[in-house]
Design a binder for this molecule. Sequence first.
Ligand SMILES: Cc1cc2nc3c(=O)[nH]c(=O)nc-3n(C[C@H](O)[C@H](O)[C@H](O)COP(=O)(O)OP(=O)(O)OC[C@H]3O[C@@H](n4cnc5c(N)ncnc54)[C@H](O)[C@@H]3O)c2cc1C
Length: 381
Amino acid sequence: MSVISSDVVVVGLGGFGSAALWRLAERGVSVAGIDRFDVGHDLGSSHGVTRLFRVACMEHPGLAAVARKSLDLWTELGERYGETYVEQTGCLSVGGPASRPIQGTTAAAAAAGVEVAHLSHEELVRRYPQYAGHDAETVGVFDPEGGLCFPERNVRAQVRAAAEAGARVYPGTRVTSIELVDGGVRVVTPTAVFEAGQAVVTAGAWNAKLLPGLPLRPRRTPLYWFAPRMDAAQSFDLAHFPSFIYELADGRSVWGHGSGDGFHIKIGLGDHGHDDTDPDELDRYIHPRADVDRLASAVAAAFPQVDPVPVKAIPCMITNSPDEQFLVGRPGGDPRLVMAGGDSGHGFKHAAGIGELLAQIAVGERPYGDIGFMDPDRFAA
Ligand SMILES: Cc1cc2nc3c(=O)[nH]c(=O)nc-3n(C[C@H](O)[C@H](O)[C@H](O)COP(=O)(O)OP(=O)(O)OC[C@H]3O[C@@H](n4cnc5c(N)ncnc54)[C@H](O)[C@@H]3O)c2cc1C
C-alpha cells in the first residue's frame, strides 16, 4: 500500500472541504484532499444547482461575517475564472411581524450592520405581487446582499483553485478510518495511507462515521423544482421573484427562489419534513405521496399561481446538530484534528468563509470572526 505524506489532509471535498483545501493551499501549506466521489458530485449535500445566499442570517447574527467572507472569496474567484459564484438578486424574508424570518432577520441585520429594507404589507405586495391575497399582517424584510450561490460550480472552482495553488487532489477515494498517532494522523483508504500532521474532517453527512460520538443527525431532504401555471399573471423568474423565506400565517414555512438560466422555480418546506437517515443507505427514490403531498399543499397555499406538482425532484441530505448550528473547530481540543459539519440545512452560503476559518485554525492564525458559537465541544457538558 502506498504512503502519501503532507502537512494537512482534508477528508471530504464538498462545500466546506473544498474551501479548506483552497485556503490551505493558498497559504503554501502542503495539503492533500480526498473524496469518496467525483468533484462536484450529487450524492452528498452540495448539489442541485442553487442555494440561497443571505448575509442577515436569522440562524445567528455571527454568521453575517462568515457569509461576507464567502462573498469576498467567491468574488475574487469569480474574477479569476470569469464565472459567477454568488448572484446578488437580494433575499426576502416574509411573514407576520412576530414570525422567525422577520424577527430573526431584523435582529441579525441590526447586529451585523446589514442595510435591509423593511416592507409594509402594501409595499411587499406592490413590489412582489406573488405575495398578494395573504394575511394583511404579512410583511417583508429585504436583504440586498442576499441572492443565490451555486454548489457544484463553486465546489469545482474551489478545487481548481486549490490544485493550481499546489494541493494534491484524490477523488474516488473512500476514507475507511482516521487513526490518531503520535504527532499526527493516518488516514486510511483501500489504496493508500495518507500521513499528515493534521486532518481537516469535512465529510458532511458522513462526519459521525469517521469521528464517532459527534451529535450529528443526517436527514434525507429532497430538492424540488416547480413551474408556474399556464395562466399565471405574475412572473416567477429570479428578477421578479428573488430568494425568499416565507412563514405563512398558519405556521408552515417555505423557502426558495424564482427560475433562472438553467433552473426552474425552487421551493422547499422550512422544516423539511423528512426522516433521519444513514447516509450509506439514503433512499434515493422520490415518493409521490410521502415526499410530495405536504410540500404541494404548502406551495398551493403560498403561491396559488405556481403548479404545486413539482416538475423535478432529487434527493439530498442535511445534517442537523442539536442546536441547528455548525460545528467548526478542534473536536475534543485535539491538535491533530479540525472539523466542520452539522450544516443543519443552511451551510453552503458560508462554505468559503468556513474554509477560511478551517485553514486559520489549522495553521494557528487568529480567526477573522467569532467562532465560539460553532465550538464542536459545546454539547459535551
Ligand atoms: C434541500 C436542501 C436545501 C438547502 N438549502 C440551502 C440554502 O438555501 N442555503 C445554504 O446556504 N445551504 C443550504 N443547504 C445546506 C447546504 O447544502 C449544506 O450546508 C452544504 O452543502 C454542506 O456541505 P458539506 O461540505 O458539509 O457536505 P458535502 O458537500 O456533502 O461534503 C462532504 C463530502 O465528504 C465526502 N465524504 C464523505 N465520507 C467520505 C469518506 N469516507 N471518504 C472520503 N470522502 C468522504 C462526500 O463524498 C462529500 O463530497 C441545503 C441543503 C439541502 C439538503
